[in-house]
Design a protein around this ligand. Sequence first.
Ligand SMILES: O=C(O)c1ccc(O)c(O)c1
Ligand SMILES: [Mg+2]
Length: 630
Amino acid sequence: MKTSIATVCIAGDLREKLAAIAAAGFDGIEIFEQDFITFDASPREVGAMVRDHGLEISLFQPFRDFEGLPEPERGRAFDRMERKFDLMQELGTDLVLVCSSVHPKALGGIDRMAADFSELGERAAARGLRVGYEALAWGRHVWDHRDAWEVVRRANHDNIGLIVDSFHTLGRKLSPESIRSIPGDKIFFVQLADAPLIEMDLLYWSRHFRNMPGEGDLDVTGFMRAVAATGYDGPISLEVFNDQFRGGSPKAIAQDGHRSLIYLMDQVKRSEPGLAQSLPDIPARVATEGVAFVEFAASETEAESLRKLLGSLGFHRAGKHISKQVEVWQQGEIRIVLNTEQEGFAHTAHIAHGLNICDVGLTVESAEATVTRARALGATPFSQPVGPGELEIPAIRGVGSGLLHFIDRSSDLGKVWEIEFQPAPGGAAHEAGLTRIDHIGQTMNYEEMLTWSLFYLSLFEVEKQATVDVVDPGGLVRSQAIESPDGGLRVTLNGAETHRTFAGRFIADSFGSSVQHVAFATDDIFACVSEMRLCGFQPLPMPENYYDDLAARLSLSPGFTERLKAEHILYDEDGKGGSFFQVYSRSVGDGIFIEICQRKNGYAGYGAPNAPFRIAAQRRLAPQPGMPRL
Ligand SMILES: O=C(O)c1ccc(O)c(O)c1
Ligand SMILES: [Mg+2]
């Protein structure tokens, strides 16, 4: 499989784009004419620069308003094309994309357009070049790949072929299935893009909101399956016009792009028999059982406060590391690791972010296979020297600065707690009935949200849920949940638009740390909070107004409302009989907090209606600048 990406997808000048594209592992590029024109070097120099990066120019594009014109415009279009043929030969590419005409004088007519392409095919052949025709979703006469194919078919010239672009087909809600009957060798090039489903003008949607396959809502896999069924084995190329990406990090966007193609083609390979494309074998998306542990990096004083907090939640110190300043706190299946080492990754993370959650452990079927797939998707494996008697636990770097470790039961990894830890004396004073980690809340800048969701979706067997807007008095936070089918792994991604939000402040104050909250599940929230109260737990206080509104909104009985209010429990219902209870801790460090929750009758959300009230309560308690944080 050869991968390619249009230069328009990436920020920067042509040189910066090429560096990022090459580093991400692409084989080629589509040169967007605009990127060439704005760059100050001759076509030969640009061609050489591309090849010096180890890349080929797989396509030159776009050539607009060619077909179906009356004279004298028709003649001029051919002249214009001859000029571009000169340019292509100097650049060193043999394929140009002609997009369907939007010219006000374009006359249409399948045979007229086919005749134009037939003549163009002769001119291209004389120079050893090829021309691909693409239906723009907003073309004047041709806006459907089936019509573009009919033009190409009737042009009946070896040097004229079809270019299909997933956005134009899927954005118009056309079925890609008709592509299956096109001969693969007549498809000269394939462009891929996804997009979020938002009703708006097609052209505006295409030019501003496209994103990488898997990042949006279109069935790009279904599209690519249809293309693959034709026997097409040419380059697979990303053409993504996106305002955010144009201003984003060239390196990160290029990496996301490459990851999206590996992910996509792996999905295609698993679902479409007999592919012509040669694709590497990689392990399937990884099923996760759940979160095995969460690790805090802390100073000794911060660790003391955390011990108090954990004790107040009914945790007990279950073990002490055989050689390191690391301890594990436990309750139910939940393990919290406290790391106060003066060297190693946690220490570095502590220097960079202060008190933070630097590592998350996931229980998977095979830790080995997980890292193999992650590598194939461009993730960075992580290891550091292990001490005597310690296990080498497979790990990768997450999208932010944190780590993900993988634990499985098929090896000794699952016994790490017995192997690397000595039991600590004493047990739980009061277990509060916390059973497992319900979810992890990660906070990032809004622009990085797609990077995060693609990371999880491509690596793990998880699905994304609809994004919800959470209003913080300081701005908007968009929240999206990523979940495994059985709910074993749930991660909420919270994209902060500004640093004035509670989430945004956390990113700024902790210098980009990502896990901001951990939610523990209980089967009986009322019993749980009364146990925790005995352990000294101080909930995040919720105001009277919240309960008045809640009672009115959900028609709650006065007795039930009083019970919620007395314990500062937040409550939600899904309208289908499911209900949700939440109670929050006060924040520690730069705004890290704990949530306790109970799901009843299949409640599947995260209490989004409560989020603004929770945030307001947190802001009231947030330390003022210059005040101690713990
Ligand atoms: O938005 C455009 O004009 C445009 C140009 C070239 C393409 O390949 C395309 O898909 C869209
Ligand atoms: Mg296109």
